[in-house]
Ligand binder design. Structure first.
Ligand code: MN
Length: 196
């Protein structure tokens, strides 16, 4: 899978417990948001496309407030198996720090055009069906000719809007119920994941 070359090049799988992405999985429409306490805290937003996860680093995290235009820096595609990754990336490794599965669920592309055409146009409309995030969003590419193109992630007006959105009010892993500190301390899971 050529799309994962950069992902693999940056990591040493004998030193990090992150998945190497050897396993293939069925096509579908999974999304995941991981809260990542690396050098700087950020959220990684990932949408399934074919058999990989298109990925963006969102410094402030997604928002259900349409007034928030969230910067989203496109990063390397990740393997499907990364959607379940929660844990510690040891010091000295790429992205060293703690990773939480902050939200996950299914999504579907919206609008007249297909996903590929929307991607080429740099404007992707989609509806999320997660535990924390739901409703319609758009990702708009601002700068194309960069190694890591910059996008804006914006909530559309609909029933899922929360004008008082504060991401810190919605903390905790949807996979295990743990905080970042508890994941870092390897506290056992506090809840069972809800099957997708
Ligand atoms: Mn990250």
């Amino acid at each position: 899978m050529a799309a994962l070359e950069e992902y693999r090049r940056k990591r040493r799988f004998d030193r990090t417990s992150e998945p190497s992405g050897e396993k293939t999985s069925q096509p579908g429409t999974l999304f995941v948001v991981q809260k990542h306490a690396a050098r700087r805290l950020h959220y990684d937003f990932r949408l399934q496309a074919d058999r990989a996860l298109k990925s963006w680093a969102v410094p402030k995290g997604p928002s259900l407030n349409p007034a928030d235009k969230r910067m989203a820096v496109q990063t390397e595609d990740h393997p499907m198996s990364y959607a379940d990754f929660e844990g510690i990336i040891p010091p000295g490794n790429y992205g060293a720090g703690t990773v939480m599965v902050w939200d996950r669920g299914r999504f579907r592309v919206e609008g007249q055009r297909g996903a590929k055409e929307q991607w080429d146009h740099g404007e992707i409309k989609f509806r999320l069906m997660g535990e924390k995030l739901s409703g319609s969003f758009v990702l708009v590419r601002m700068k194309r000719d960069q190694k890591q193109p910059e996008w804006l992630m914006i909530k559309h007006q609909d029933d899922a809007v929360d004008p008082a959105w504060n991401i810190d009010d919605h903390d905790g892993s949807v996979l295990t119920g743990r905080t970042l500190d508890e994941i870092a301390a390897e506290v056992p899971p506090k809840r069972e994941p809800i099957p997708l």
